[in-house]
Design a protein around this ligand. Structure first.
Ligand code: F6R
Length: 240
């Protein structure tokens, strides 16, 4: 794993943008694996600015997201589908039909996982962007998730529900289940870019990089990926 430590969140986002832009420039038909959350927001802002100012085109890009809350429709303001439209897609020329995410209101959860697994088989990711949970999760793969997992339904841990409550009016509104891409599928991406910012990620960064490869720290599996870059700002890298 290549580790880049930046001075602050701004330079973390700038570095992440450089890598993402290179992937898009090298292959205008690239499949981007994308994440929600607070960490990629600076990167997404740079991507939309760059599109506006330099006309970098996403017309042929496909975007595949990691995860979605169960029970929220794609128009629900806290759904990840909505997040992606608001924070990235509406600022690019990407076609809506080239953006993919699990359907949080699917009638049959098992069939929905199957559908997403097939879709992922057909859309191998050129680059997979990840945030890092404070407990070491990647996507919604919580500690203890088998490294061989595919898309599945997760019961979110109290820790993750608490972390995510800041985006809801009240913690009781945070869904307690979600769909997530599995760890096996994250590892299939040609390149992985994982971002971590802030002091509350310092333990997770330490365990990801310096601990053993263990299912108790899902992100530690990335030590085994042949082309993974972790960018951490100084606070997140504080325990390295
Ligand atoms: C989001 C996702 C999560 C987040 C992680 C970090 O699609 O899969 O794993 O990346 O929880 O979230 P932030 O960036 O909000 O700290």
């Amino acid at each position: 794993m290549k580790i880049i430590v930046t001075e602050d969140y701004r330079s973390l986002s700038a570095k992440a943008f450089e890598i993402m832009k290179m992937a898009v420039n090298e292959n205008p038909y690239a499949v981007l694996g994308l994440a929600t959350g607070t960490t990629p927001l600076g990167l997404y802002r740079s991507m939309t600015e760059d599109h506006r100012e330099n006309r970098t085109s996403y017309a042929h890009i496909r975007a595949v997201n990691l995860d979605e809350y169960i029970g929220l429709s794609q128009d629900h303001p806290q759904s990840y589908a909505y997040f992606m439209r608001e924070n990235l897609f509406k600022g690019l020329d990407i076609e809506a039909e080239n953006t993919y995410i699990e359907n949080g209101t699917a009638q049959n959860a098992e069939a929905e996982c199957e559908r997403y697994n097939k879709l992922l088989e057909n859309l191998p990711r050129d680059i997979q962007l990840l945030g890092l949970g404070s407990n070491g999760h990647i996507a919604f793969n919580e500690p203890g998730t088998p490294f061989g997992s595919d898309t599945h339904v997760v019961d979110l841990t109290p820790n993750t529900i608490k972390d995510n409550a800041r985006l809801f009016k009240d913690i009781s509104e945070v869904p307690n289940r979600a769909y997530t891409m599995g760890i096996r599928q994250i590892m299939q991406a040609k390149q992985v870019l994982i971002l971590a910012s802030g002091e509350n990620k310092a333990d997770a960064v330490y365990n990801t990089v310096c601990g053993g490869v263990t299912e108790e720290v899902p992100a530690s599996v990335l030590q085994l990926h042949p082309n993974c870059i972790l960018i951490a700002d100084r606070e997140a890298a504080g325990k390295l």
